[in-house]
Design a protein around this ligand. Structure first.
Ligand code: GAP
Length: 584
């Protein structure tokens, strides 16, 4: 039997393994495209019967490891909509945005910070989807930019990066540019075009409105009143005198610049601000906001952690690789509050804990690694940060961030809320030598993606094995080697035939397993080989088969998914055997 590793298979044909996984997820009910019958909603996914079980198991394992089994970590379950000031304090409302750019030719929209940056002096070829499009785009460029690019199949040539701030058009064999344009040093990712719009900031948080009155009604009433008057600026000044007088307010700035478009937008923002709320873009902030309540109600003492898992929402510009990056996803995060000065040792502790957790459930431990963030990559307040990365079929990428966040978050919420967020240690003297020591704890934050974890464990588990059938033909066995604790169904109970009391015996065994909290499924359709194959494909670690001998001596066969080996055990031993293997 030839065990083909998913990693080696993906190394040869990466797109295909993802394609197979995505197809399996749909056909066996792990993950569906959201609203598929209406044409689907890009970047949103629904977890089917098996996916829902797998996600619950995975998140349950995280909760067990991070909360239940630790004396100094507690869990919370906070609301998704929080006070809007939370996001102003955390910096998300102002800074949680990506610089967005549009290509003026292809209309491709992308993130400027992720765009390719060709070397100074290099050619800037625009690679069009095909020859026909190349002709259209060359025409557009001639009309918009006044240059005739050379067509070389589907590639448009003649552009070159002159410096970090300028690119130009060089006619064939010319040394000097015929025409130059300013640029920001990057091209569009898909086609390599340097003809780009200005960068725009785009807040990634989803907005909504709270309250009994629809803010759009108010917006339309006020806007129609304002625009009905001859002098819009004067009308706005009269309607919003405070905002117009405040030099820092967006209305006053728009009035100063005499920018009609920005003025109308500022008016809309001002009207909607009081009812504006956001869907949380991370689960983390609730742990800082509820720090005092948790501390006071639980009698905790640093070092201690507050954990939470659940949905987060980000209006991502680029959604990619199936559920890897989506707009609605789940996170598993913990804020670990420790004494200032001890953050380094806690960082190494949590790094080790988290890596152990990931590797515990994986077939290939070498597909996980740490990557330390460079100074230029870290938030200004962080004093260290690592990503746990996974070797996805398209390359190494982030699974979890572990950040040493100092006391930044508590300080920010203290400043914005006016509530003191500190720990008073009666037994210790502070840096001034006096007791008690009052301090804001420093924080280590392991922040993992749950839906991304689900994808990683599916990739790790996906195997195809070649084997010969009895008639000598080669067939492919697809097997999801999911860790038994993650597997949606732990055990399938299969009567060999639908008669002779076998179904009844099988149902008896199922009843015992369900009573013991083991998710077991009864399956009697199709030949036994087909049933094994079906359960291999969805990752069921064990199959119990009731056959003729069962009725004679009370034994069944227990088949292992990965080895396909079968052993005979007494019915009375089935539950204990499965339990012991799950707990191993
Ligand atoms: N509180 C810190 C925080 O949220 P992050 O690196 O932005 O940090 C943590 O997110 C983890 O959440 C990531 O490592 C990733 O696994 C997951 N994640 C972030 N954005 C995601 C998205 N759009 N889709 C799926 N998972 C995402």
């Amino acid at each position: 039997m030839n065990d083909v590793r998913p990693e080696s298979a993906t190394a040869k044909r990466p797109a295909e393994v993802m394609k197979k996984l995505v197809a399996l997820c749909k056909s066996r009910g792990f993950v569906f495209q959201s609203s598929e019958i209406y044409g689907g909603l890009k970047s949103a996914y629904d977890y089917g019967p098996l996916g829902a079980e797998l996600k619950r198991n995975l998140m349950g394992e995280w909760w067990r490891d991070m909360v239940t089994t630790r004396e100094n970590v507690v869990g919370i379950d906070a609301s998704i909509i929080m006070h809007p000031d939370v996001w102003r304090a955390s910096g998300h409302a102002a800074g949680f945005s990506d610089p967005l750019v549009d290509c003026k030719i292809s209309k491709e929209r992308f993130r400027a910070d992720k765009a390719p940056r060709p070397a100074v002096g290099s050619e800037l070829p625009i690679t069009c989807p095909d020859k026909g499009v190349a002709k259209d785009w060359a025409d557009q460029i001639r009309k918009q930019f006044g240059v005739e690019l050379e067509r070389d199949g589907n590639v448009l040539r003649g552009l070159r990066a002159i410096s970090a701030t300028e690119f130009g058009f060089f006619a064939r064999a010319a040394n000097a540019p015929e025409k130059t344009w300013p640029w920001r040093g990057y091209v569009s990712p898909l086609f390599g075009s340097p003809f780009l719009s200005e960068e725009r900031q785009f807040n990634l948080m989803f907005r909504t409105a709270l309250g009994a009155v629809d803010p759009m009604q108010e917006v339309s009433t006020i806007l129609s009143e304002l625009t009905a008057q001859g002098d819009l600026n004067a009308a706005v000044r009269a309607r919003f005198p405070g905002e117009a007088a405040d030099a820092e307010h967006m209305i006053s700035k728009a009035l100063r610049d005499n920018d009609r478009g920005r003025l109308l937008r500022s008016v809309i923002e001002t009207i909607t601000l009081p009812t504006m709320a956001y869907l949380r873009p991370e689960t983390a902030q609730a742990m800082f906001v509820q720090f005092k309540n948790v501390l006071d109600s639980q009698g905790l003492k640093p070092p201690f952690g507050i954990a939470q898992m659940g949905k987060s929402f980000r209006n991502e510009v680029t959604v990619e690789h199936f559920i890897f990056r989506s707009c609605e996803f789940e996170q598993m995060e913990m804020e670990f509050f420790c004494e200032p000065g001890t953050q380094r040792e806690w960082m190494s502790y949590w790094k080790e804990q988290r890596m152990n957790w990931w590797q515990r459930y994986a077939n290939y431990k070498e597909d996980f690694r740490f990557r330390q963030h460079g100074k230029d990559e870290m938030a200004f307040y962080a004093d260290d940060c690592y990503d746990v990365e996974y070797k996805y079929p398209w390359g190494w990428g982030e699974l979890e961030g572990i950040a040493s966040r100092t006391d930044y978050d508590l300080s920010q919420h203290e400043k914005h809320s006016g509530v003191t967020l500190q720990y008073v240690d009666q037994e210790k003297a502070g840096p001034d030598g006096k007791k008690p020591w009052k301090y804001k704890p420093f924080v280590i934050e392991p922040a993992a993606g749950a839906t991304r974890a689900l994808l990683c464990f599916l990739i790790d588990a996906y195997h195809e094995e070649e084997r010969r059938t009895a008639s000598g033909e080669v067939e492919i066995r697809t097997v999801l080697k999911l860790h038994p604790r993650l597997a949606p169904i732990k055990c399938a109970v299969l009567p060999l035939v639908r008669k002779d009391g076998m179904p009844e015996k099988a149902r008896e065994i199922i009843g015992q397993m369900l009573k013991a909290g083991i998710n077991a499924k009864y399956d009697e359709k199709h030949a036994i080989g087909k049933r094994y194959a079906r359960h291999d494909e969805i990752g069921t670690p064990w199959c119990v088969t009731i056959d003729g001998q069962t009725l004679l001596d009370g034994t069944v066969t227990l088949r292992d998914r990965d080895t396909t080996q079968q052993v005979r055990i007494l019915i009375a031993e089935v539950v204990a055997t499965i339990r012991a293997r799950l707990d191993a």
